[in-house]
Design a protein around this ligand. Structure first.
Ligand code: FES
Length: 121
């Protein structure tokens, strides 16, 4: 997994961004934001271990509240990655570490980092 740094302002409030890594074998990272809270997940659906987005970068469901896996329709909460509908209901996206400082969100593979960290300024 590639480490990323992204300005919090570049993540749509109430939405998500998909960050690709330089390695084509890396499924990428999904970053979500609700106000000042930033959360990140591996772009790897627990159902069939495919990236959620069939159209690159499009992971938000039409309801604007969930992440959608376009492969078979699973819906995940943006806050904790829990699948609430679909073939992997009850399972979760793999959460990544997030640390926010000075308006920049740093995403690391270490889930012990303060995931869902709040923006500090
Ligand atoms: S691969 Fe995501 S729902 Fe099947």
């Amino acid at each position: 997994m590639t480490e990323h740094a992204i300005p919090v302002a570049d993540i749509p409030d109430g939405g998500a961004r998909v960050l690709d890594g330089p390695d084509p074998a890396d499924p990428g990272t999904i970053v979500t934001r609700t106000g000042s809270r930033v959360t990140a997940f591996r772009n790897d659906c627990p159902h069939a271990h495919l990236p959620l987005d069939l159209i690159p970068g499009r992971v938000m469901a039409r309801d604007g509240r969930h992440l959608l896996c376009a492969n078979h329709g699973a819906l995940f909460r943006t806050t904790d990655g829990l699948c609430v509908r679909g073939p992997c209901r009850g399972r979760r996206l793999t959460r990544l570490g997030v640390a926010v400082a000075d308006g920049l969100a740093r995403i690391t593979p270490d889930p012990r980092s303060p995931a869902g960290a709040r923006q500090s300024s």
